[in-house]
Design a protein around this ligand. Sequence first.
Ligand SMILES: C[S@@+](CC[C@H](N)C(=O)[O-])C[C@H]1O[C@@H](n2cnc3c(N)ncnc32)[C@H](O)[C@@H]1O
Length: 439
Amino acid sequence: MQNTPVSSLVGEEYEVEVGPVAHGGHCIARTEGGRVLFVRHALPGERVRVRVTEGEETSRFLRADAVEILEASKDRIEAPCPFAGPGKCGGCDWQHAKPGAQRRLKGEVIAEQLKRLAGLTPEEAGWDGTVVPAEGDKLPAGQVPQWRTRVQYAVDAEGRAGLRKHRSHEVEVIDHCMIAAEGVSELGIEQRAWEGMASIEAVAATGSQDRQVILTPRPGARLPLVELDKPVSVLRVEEKDGGVHRVHGRPFVRERADGRTHRVGNGGFWQVHPKAADTLVTAVMQGLLPRKGETALDLYCGVGLFAGALADRLGDQGAVLGIESGKRAVEDARHNLADFPRVRIEQGKVESVLPRTGITDVDLIVLDPPRAGAGKDTVRHLSALSARRIAYVACDPAALARDLAYFREGGYRVRTLRAFDLFPMTHHVECVAILEPVK
Ligand SMILES: C[S@@+](CC[C@H](N)C(=O)[O-])C[C@H]1O[C@@H](n2cnc3c(N)ncnc32)[C@H](O)[C@@H]1O
């Protein structure tokens, strides 16, 4: 009895010309019959043989991997990582592209999203079209930046650590992740057996020696005795409800950015690239140009990265309100910003807390929402607060472009946009847009 539906096209092969890059780490191609393919492991302009990985006769598009390169792009290189490639680790999308080409591809995706969803050209967005590498990431050919300070490993049924395959629960067992920061690699997660664990997150803080391992056991499994060579704190996560418990050591790590130390507890959010927090604070402050005594909002504030940077610059007469949904992140933000009496952090969702604050005007706004963006209602609310400038920090160019269109309806235009390659080898990219009211 065959499980695969008769109409499945998985495993079918086609020879195709690869078209432009699309959001999500793949390129667009068409079969001779005109069927749209999202092709991974290919580059624009190449001629390749693809094998379908997802899709049926009736699907609007098919997903496929380039399994043979018939005519290669000049941007192609041999993937430096042995675990990258069709059917293997899903963590990196552009291992097979030269670093400069990776940034160009990300730039093309941003430009396409801006055009399609916000009707903006790069010039209209005040963007020079470049995606800038983080300081220190321009390396000689063949070398890969070791930037991932937080790595989420999956564990297979035999207790071996690895990374998930693309759009799959299957684990690609690895002995080393090339993009992991040295502090993460030194923990040797891949060299140990992790029976009974579902996943392991390894964290190497920036600017302190704090290291943390966060274990999620499978239901009923016992925790392994974690004896790593370095002093490492260990947390345990309940798989069913996400509750986090301290096993030993501190329940937080200390991250340095913008000349301050930030406590980040229970595996809460912190920028992953070691240069990201400083890069983004600099871009936001250069865009907002805060003045002494101004008032500001830091929305989706995490442990208070931008709220602290703003409070520092607004001085004793200024005031900052941060809003963050994570309970533990709010506790950390309040701790991190305790030396600023005129900073307040509210816990809850921006969309429900912001209307309750009764705030009717503010000088500056920073928003750094999760991948889904802020959405129409929140943007409409923000547009009515008469802010002199707004900084929008975005990890998803599609959500950014959608929200920029809402801001335009609210009377704001993009003054400048900058893009940073804070996730080398993957398709992810970070943008900072600075908005101001249309005069
Ligand atoms: C991209 S992170 C930014 C954190 C912080 N700005 C930083 O750079 O460290 C987004 C944050 O928004 C929080 N969050 C997600 N949805 C939210 C919502 N609807 N309202 C408030 N906070 C939310 C998450 O818990 C996370 O801390």
